[in-house]
Design a protein around this ligand. Structure first.
Ligand SMILES: Nc1ncnc2c1ncn2[C@@H]1O[C@H](COP(=O)(O)OP(=O)(O)O)[C@@H](O)[C@H]1O
Ligand SMILES: [Mg+2]
Length: 230
């Protein structure tokens, strides 16, 4: 009897990061991506501007056009369209990136390091009175659930110190002072905390951790929780 040999790849793992602006998400994501590849675990770093659909120029071009509509627009356009509209546009973007970039990579056995996951958007909209409660949760509910979410908790004042400057979006358009940033980021942090408790996130207080300590702690979590050694 002959048995067809299936060499179906073992599914890759998706690792995402949550935390307020300046928590160190992008820094850790880039470092873990590098470390996984160096250790021989194929991994891609997916972020706000990842639009490449492997071996499909036409789809890549389409995904890039949508990215442009959502992220590369000028202030006048941003302000002319409602928060409600931007939520739906972001949901379209996240849906397409999930379908065309993330899922195929995971199915092929490639790990996905997801910088800029939707959790922060969910947190921002949860504290936005202009959009119906729960709508944000519903429009992102179908996205692939990460195998591990690393929640990087940080004191907002320390996040501000690290960033040095911030945008109007990062104060929830509430003002331009340091205290506006801190107040707003604290409401986002509290909302992320709720999501984290429901979602079983790995929570790390990174306020007084340097980059190396953050990396080593996260690498330990990858080994413990996902059996991935870097
Ligand atoms: N552990 C750390 N200690 C001190 N500064 C850090 C640390 N991690 C990141 N940074 C710096 O803080 C700033 C914000 O980091 P970033 O990774 O962009 O945060 P996020 O993506 O969460 O907004 C950057 O200038 C980065 O170099
Ligand atoms: Mg970032």
């Amino acid at each position: 009897m002959t048995v067809a040999t299936h060499t179906a790849a073992i599914r890759g793992r998706e690792i995402a990061f949550a935390g307020i602006d300046g928590a160190g998400k992008s820094t850790l994501a880039a470092r873990l991506h590098q470390a996984l590849n160096d250790a021989g675990h194929p991994a891609i770093l997916v972020g706000k501007h990842s639009t490449e659909v492997p071996m499909d120029e036409e789809l890549s071009a389409y995904v890039d056009r949508l990215n442009g509509l959502v992220y590369r627009r000028d202030t006048r356009i941003a302000q002319a369209c409602s928060d409600h509209y931007w939520l739906l546009a972001l949901a379209a973007w996240y849906t397409l990136q999930d379908e065309l970039v993330i899922r195929p990579a995971l199915a092929a056995g490639t790990h996905v390091i997801l910088d800029n996951a939707h959790h922060k958007i969910l947190a921002r909209y949860a504290v936005n009175p202009e959009v119906p409660a729960h709508l944000a949760e519903q429009v992102f509910a179908h996205l692939t659930r990460p195998d591990l979410v690393i929640f990087m908790r940080i004191d907002a004042r320390e996040a501000l110190r690290r960033k040095g400057e911030f945008t109007s979006l990062e104060t929830g358009h509430s003002g331009s002072g340091d205290e506006d940033f801190i107040r707003y980021q604290n409401t986002v942090l509290a909302q992320l905390q709720e999501q984290g408790e429901r979602g079983g996130w790995l929570s790390l207080d990174v306020t007084s951790m340097d980059r190396d300590t953050v990396f080593k702690t996260a690498a330990g979590a990858l080994a413990d929780r996902l059996q991935l050694t870097v």
